[in-house]
Design a protein around this ligand. Structure first.
Ligand code: CO
Length: 171
């Protein structure tokens, strides 16, 4: 179940994962993936959104623009493809910014325009504890920043302009 914006866990500074290769962390990741893929518009999810104040987020494979060996390996195994980011840190963000509409699985029915750096370089550990560094642009870069904000207790509505509600969800 995805916690909604009134829940205090979404406002906490999430804790680093001390030991990645544990059954507990695997369980958290599995629950996150299930929650994300249950939502037709789920392209990313952060651990606080399932009530776990940990520095973990997932990004759905459809958003990952680069052709990555890591993703190709996963595509062979499963049709629900995602990348796992544990203890992520931005190493670079571009000075150039762009603006786009965002929503959030924890802020249902509300959308707004958020201005963010266009490109980022992120360092993180995967679910096996292997360290990676990758660059991202476009929607991928935006999702990384949206999810990173969740780990800092920030929601997109804190930053968004032209916030609007939609009355009914699309099917
Ligand atoms: Co969100």
């Amino acid at each position: 179940m995805i916690v909604q914006k009134e829940n205090k866990v979404l406002r906490e500074n999430a804790g680093n994962v001390a030991d990645i290769d544990t059954a507990e962390v695997k369980t958290v990741i599995k629950k996150m993936a299930e929650a994300m893929f249950k939502e037709p518009d789920g392209i990313g999810i952060a651990a606080p959104q399932i009530g776990e104040s940990l520095r973990i987020f997932l990004v759905a494979g459809e958003v990952v623009s680069s052709t990555s060996e890591e993703l190709r390996q996963k595509e062979k195994m499963d049709d629900q493809i995602y990348l796992t980011f544990i203890n992520p840190v931005f190493k670079k963000v571009s000075a150039k910014k762009n603006k786009d509409v965002e929503g959030c699985l924890s802020v249902r029915g509300i959308y707004g325009e958020v201005t963010r750096p266009e490109k980022v370089t992120i360092e993180y550990f995967d679910e096996h504890g292997k360290k990676h560094s990758r660059g991202a642009s476009g929607l991928f870069a935006r999702v990384l920043q949206h999810e990173m904000d969740h780990l800092e207790g920030t929601l997109f509505i804190d930053k968004a302009k032209n916030i609007h509600k939609i009355k009914a969800e699309m099917p």
